[in-house]
Design a protein. Structure first.
Length: 182
């Protein structure tokens, strides 16, 4: 079940995307657990992604404060396994190149979007992401069998994928662990 995070500073765009996705085949079988989330700012989206694993983030290109490329670049640094799509109402070649090179986006779609094209792009992006993750899993399994990756390292990697906040450790310069105030 994919987790999708939608980021745009315009609530009407977010509502339109949410309606489209909730009535698509992606919503089939989705129960209880929140699989689709919306955020009105990149900062809120980054915080949310730090709290839960996200399979795909779809972001606007032009937003106040932090543009879509900078946001997706930060997402890539913090959560490299999260697939990234950018939506833009502007045909900016320099921005597109920056999005591809700096943020490693998987798709760049224009606004207004065509529903079928957007749904197809989401499906293809999630399928590609799943192939990459399966490839990583198999490569880790081979490294573990060859003794280049310990069982503990493999278990920690899987734990970090399932719950990003649980596996994050903040280290002090002296090597001690820093605990966040609760």
């Amino acid at each position: 079940m994919p987790r999708i995070l939608l980021v745009d500073d315009e609530i009407n765009v977010l509502n339109a995307l949410r309606r489209l996705l909730q009535h698509s085949s992606l919503a089939a079988g989705q129960t209880g657990e929140r699989w689709l989330e919306i955020c009105l700012s990149p900062e809120a989206a980054l915080q949310r992604a730090d709290e839960m694993p996200v399979d795909l983030v779809i972001s606007d290109y032009r937003m106040p404060g932090m543009d879509g490329v900078k946001f997706l670049q930060t997402m890539r640094e913090r959560h490299p396994d999260t697939a990234r799509i950018i939506l833009s109402g502007y045909a900016d070649l320099a921005g597109l190149i920056r999005a591809i090179n700096d943020a490693g986006i998987h798709r760049f779609l224009s606004k207004p979007w065509h529903d079928d094209e957007l749904l197809l792009a989401i499906g293809q992006t999630l399928a590609y992401r799943n192939l990459l993750l399966e490839n990583q899993r198999l490569a880790d399994q081979v490294r573990a069998q060859e003794g280049r990756l310990s069982r503990q390292e493999l278990a920690l990697k899987r734990l970090a994928e399932e719950n990003p906040t649980l596996a994050k450790v903040h280290w002090a310069e002296d090597g001690s662990v820093i605990f966040d105030d609760i």
